[in-house]
Design a protein around this ligand. Structure first.
Ligand code: PHE
Ligand code: ZN
Ligand code: ZN
Ligand code: CA
Length: 473
């Protein structure tokens, strides 16, 4: 449904200024070690022997799956992880997720990596997905052995029943309380990373604001490995995280698709043949692996874990203190806000976070822009200041992994405009998600907090913002 908005002209000086993007902030991370390909191969040999002694597969509902989960869990327990075996039921029988937390680092900032541990019933699933599982497992074990102290909480997930429709990862996220979902800063997925005719694909996920995807590409390029982006939307376990608005990234060495001659020229291997000719077949065994691909891929997992373990997310808990904004939950309608104040609405076709009113930016389904702002002076003596808000995003842009519609959270400081965050159609989440943005650098200044929505020519995205707070302390 189209909304009707009554535009109000913003104060001069707020419009037309240049846009600066806030720089990311990564604390210095220790260089990641060489993750042992021999150890990863040893895990794969164990998974092969589990399949061999359990009817040739490790499929959901079959004994080879539970044995695989027990193997992974025992390794993680022995290394000092806090593990959970999470069971859930499927049409093929009970399945299990293994979740492992490294019990150090800030539990409010969780960096996660995962892989599915189940095979199809037709084979042992060594490349699909013993490869990702052993890579994630060996990285977790190497981190535990490294003596590093992570800034953030590291969590590893081994999913059951991916082959039945991503059931394990969906079960996990659906059973996480929303406060726990909000703590997950990044989810990295590894599904098929040692394909015998390997390619080097990086998921083409949420390009805006996803440094992780770019970090993977940059990492491979430092190793002189060229990568290609691939749209894998919905084909592996990152999808469940993505649908909550959690940034995701991942790599893939190819399945049933065939390698082109251009790809064979840059990656080697056989043009015209499948990346994995044994995909979902009984021949996906311990010799259905390119160990060079496995070696490079697990080092990439290590690089990402070591880097993101130290990433500075900051600002999760805004300073306690009075909210400096007026009418922050929009319950007084347009009062105290400037811009397209018609976006402030009690229209019930989108819920408020609290009360009846909220700011519903965009949702027009045509080329348009809307903005809303409020000026505020931050106290000069504050040690820290943060802007927090709740946002709900629904979109008709579901067919692509590209950004079409955005809302930017900006600070206008005189002639300079800084974009603190950009959310897009790719960040869709029909439950409200809380965002906290650091604004300490503006202490002592009169600034305008501004939200700027923009949509392309068709397919609506609604950015609904409520309960905005600016606190300093
Ligand atoms: N998830 C697919 C499977 O397990 C494999 C796959 C991974 C396909 C990533 C595309 C991208 O069969
Ligand atoms: Zn598969
Ligand atoms: Zn798979
Ligand atoms: Ca409200």
């Amino acid at each position: 449904m189209r909304k009707i908005v009554f535009p109000v002209v913003l104060a001069a000086g707020v419009l037309g200024a240049g846009v600066l993007v806030a720089a990311g902030n990564v604390a210095t991370a220790a260089e990641s070690p060489d993750i042992s390909v021999a150890n990863a191969k040893a895990h794969l040999d164990q998974l092969q022997s589990i399949a061999t002694s359990n009817g040739g597969n490790r499929a959901t509902g079959r004994p080879g799956y539970k044995a695989s989960a027990d193997y992974v869990k025992a390794k993680l327990d022995a290394a000092g992880y806090t593990t959970t075996l999470q069971s859930f039921s499927t049409s093929a029988g009970t399945s299990y997720n293994v979740i492992a937390d490294w019990p150090h680092g800030d539990p409010n900032h969780v960096v996660m990596a995962g892989s599915h541990l189940d095979s199809v019933s037709s084979g042992p699933g060594i490349n699909d997905n013993g490869s990702g599982s052993s890579g994630v497992l060996e990285t977790a074990l190497a981190y535990a052995a490294s003596g590093q102290t992570p800034k953030n909480r590291l969590r590893f997930g081994f999913w059951g029943a991916e082959e039945l429709g991503l059931l394990g990862s969906k079960y996990y996220v659906n059973n996480l309380p929303s406060a726990e979902r909000d703590k997950i800063e990044l989810y990295l997925n590894f599904d098929m990373i040692a394909s015998p005719n390997a390619g080097y694909f990086v998921y083409d996920d949420n390009p805006a604001g996803n440094g992780a995807r770019d970090d993977l590409v940059a990492y491979f390029s430092t190793k002189n490995v060229q990568t290609e982006y691939i749209d894998v939307q919905g084909r592996s376990d990152h999808a469940a995280f993505r649908s909550l608005g959690i940034p995701t990234a991942g790599t893939f060495s190819g399945a049933e698709g065939r390698k082109t001659s251009a790809q064979a020229a840059k990656w080697g291997g056989t043009a015209g043949a499948a990346f994995d000719p044994c995909y979902h077949r009984s021949c996906d065994t311990a010799d259905n692996l390119d160990l060079t691909s496995l070696d490079r891929q697990i080092d990439a997992i290590g690089h990402m874990i070591w880097t993101y373990a130290q990433k500075e997310y900051g600002g999760s808990e805004p300073p306690a203190g009075d909210n400096l904004l007026q009418n922050p939950g929009f319950e007084s309608g347009a009062a105290s806000w400037t811009g397209d104040v018609g976006v402030i609405t009690s229209n019930t076709s989108r819920p408020a976070h609290t009360g009846a009113y909220k700011a519903w930016l965009q949702g027009n389904g045509r080329s348009s822009t809307e903005n809303l702002g409020q000026s505020v002076t931050l106290p000069a003596g504050a040690a820290a200041a943060a802007l927090s808000l709740w946002i709900r995003i629904d979109t008709a842009e579901t067919t692509s992994s590209r950004v079409y519609d955005t809302v930017k959270v900006q600070i206008v400081d005189g002639a300079s405009v800084t974009t603190l965050a950009t959310y897009s159609n790719l960040d869709r989440s029909t439950s409200y998600v809380r965002k906290t943005l650091d604004v300490t650098q503006y202490k002592g200044k009169l600034v305008t907090v501004r939200f700027v929505g923009q949509e392309d020519s068709s397919l609506q995205t609604s950015f609904v913002i409520d309960d905005v707070a600016l606190t300093a302390g």
